[in-house]
Ligand binder design. Structure first.
Ligand SMILES: NC(=O)c1ccc[n+]([C@@H]2O[C@H](COP(=O)([O-])OP(=O)(O)OC[C@H]3O[C@@H](n4cnc5c(N)ncnc54)[C@H](O)[C@@H]3O)[C@@H](O)[C@H]2O)c1
Length: 490
């Protein structure tokens, strides 16, 4: 028997989130009552739930009632009304008056404080956050947020109900942006900064998809969700954390001011009248050759003297340039064409004559992908070594300028660093963070799994190199990452 049988869930707010949440609980066997501001809006919600679930092939029906009637019958109340504390506070006061003493109260807020809502409700022990992702019927993740005074029994009960509804709960504390939207802040900021540094949006998105396996590149995603929404959440993050690394990037402010708020407006990072993101990405992406030809040998500073005999091209995978590394590359260049495989800023000055520069990625569950450094301003051309590399690996590629971290490592390492901050401050544990990014963003691996594969020392060194090159404190490593990196080096 489902844990939800005999349980009544009341949902307030019949926007897309409230409708989706109501469907999730009803489909899993709970009795569901919904409510909006007026009887007409409530009925519109009931009707929309019936028609949308029918269209998705999972028909359900729910009851509609005024708030006080809904709450008087409910075991769990979930609010999904407008994202304004004053509106949520007055709703919760009405719920406190109408509700049963054992009623559990949850908010689907993306950014407001659960503790503050608990105080408004009058009994913070019974209030938790249940942050569903859009669309709730399809996305498996629910962030379960504990306010400072939420009772452990409340958390245990709402977590069990979320699981019974077929979702994957992850626990986190009451901090601005919670897990997914917080760890993704640098993904969005760095993508925008790359555009400000002259990189075409499609190149950023192609690298994020090709090298990191992101289903949608960050700029396509920002255009999809709306740049005004992103700008507002950046301003909230800046205000709440007081850390300048969360300041909005000027390009977004400019676009929003001009009404270019993304896909719905016809113009954002992409101009939808002339070229959709998919078309722009196809234009900059070099697809993988049908079959791989030639032999690629990999080596590097820590690699044993492997067999380089018969290699058509040698890939030297490394971090920052060093005297010994440069000497080794020059030696290798006498035997075969060489590609330096690194995203470190230092190669812009130190790349030896005759060597090419690229970054080779092996994304989870997909073929190899190469960022090829082509930078006429810095005097860096791809050369025949790159053709041999792409043919030998059978890799797709995109051309990127010689910027610190290039594109993919810059995005991935800044996200991983933010994940360390989230872990360090006790918002969530590492497994919860990885699960949240996989299920909430459809990233193939979470940030800590990325660090395990890349090596914490390499990620920390990459952050340090970006900080030195850009001179911006947004690239400072978390103290926890630095300490782990030191331990790994011992
Ligand atoms: N849209 C998303 O992608 C997303 C994702 C996660 C969380 N959220 C959060 O979920 C909540 C709802 O989001 P949405 O996009 O569905 O909102 P929305 O603005 O589209 O819909 C809000 C609904 O709440 C109703 N409402 C307003 N005040 C009310 C009240 N006092 N009582 C009952 N109903 C009331 C409105 O009439 C409207 O139907 C917000 O807190 C939002 O931050 C949104």
């Amino acid at each position: 028997m489902s844990l939800l049988e005999g349980v009544t869930v009341a949902v307030a707010g019949m926007g897309p989130m409230g409708r989706g949440i109501a469907r999730v609980f009803r489909a899993a066997g709970a009795d569901v009552i919904v409510s909006d501001l007026t009887p007409e809006l409530t009925q519109a919600g009931v009707d929309a739930i019936a028609s949308e679930s029918e269209a998705d092939g999972e028909p359900v029906t729910v009851a509609g009632m005024p708030l006080t009637d809904a709450v008087a019958r409910a075991d769990l109340f979930i609010e999904a009304i407008v994202e304004r504390m004053d509106a949520k506070a007055s709703l919760l006061k009405a719920v406190a008056q109408a509700g049963r003493p054992e009623l559990l109260v949850a908010s689907n807020t993306s950014s407001l404080s659960i503790g503050e809502m608990g105080k408004e409700f009058g009994d913070p022990a019974r209030v938790a956050g249940l942050h569903f992702f859009n669309p709730p019927t399809k996305m498996r993740l629910v962030e379960v947020i504990a306010g400072a005074a939420t009772a452990p029994a409340t958390l245990a009960r709402v977590t069990a109900l979320v699981e019974a509804a077929g979702k994957t709960p992850v626990a986190c504390t009451d901090t601005p942006n919670f897990i997914v939207n917080r760890v993704c802040r640098p993904l969005y900021y760095e993508a925008q900064l790359l555009v400000m540094q002259g990189v075409e949006p499609a190149v950023v998105d192609a690298a994020a998809s090709g090298a990191l396996g992101h289903r949608m590149g960050p700029l396509t995603l920002l255009d999809f969700t709306g740049l005004h929404t992103h700008l507002a959440s950046s301003e909230t993050a800046l205000r709440e954390f007081g850390d300048p690394k969360y300041r909005p990037i000027p390009i977004v402010r400019g676009l929003v001011r001009n009404g270019m708020t993304g896909r719905a407006a016809g113009r954002g990072f992409y101009d939808y009248a002339s070229e959709k993101p998919r078309e722009a990405i196809a234009r900059v992406l070099h697809p993988a050759p049908a079959e791989s030809t030639g032999r690629v040998a990999f080596t590097g500073p820590d690699a044993p003297a492997s067999d380089l005999e018969g290699a058509d091209v040698v890939v030297y995978s490394c971090g920052a340039p060093s005297e010994s590394g440069l000497a080794r590359i020059r030696e290798l260049l006498e035997r075969a064409p060489v590609v330096v495989d690194s995203s470190d800023a230092g190669w812009v000055e130190q790349l030896p004559d005759g060597a090419a520069w690229a970054r080779v990625h092996q994304p989870e569950g997909a073929g190899p992908f190469v960022e090829v450094v082509v930078d006429p301003v810095a005097g860096i051309q791809p050369g025949p070594a790159i053709e041999l590399l792409l043919a030998g690996l059978g890799a797709a590629s995109v051309e990127v300028p010689a910027l610190p971290g290039l594109v993919a490592d810059r995005l991935a390492h800044c996200m991983a660093n933010e994940a360390y901050f989230v872990l360090e401050e006790g918002t969530a544990d590492a497994d919860a963070i990885d699960t949240a990014l996989r299920l909430g963003m459809n990233h193939p691996i979470g940030p800590f799994e990325h660090v395990r594969r890349a090596g914490v020392g390499a990620v920390h060194a990459s952050m340090r190199s970006m900080r030195d090159a850009f001179g911006d404190s947004r690239y400072r490593s978390s103290a926890l990452m630095r300490r782990e990196s030191a331990a790994a080096a011992r």
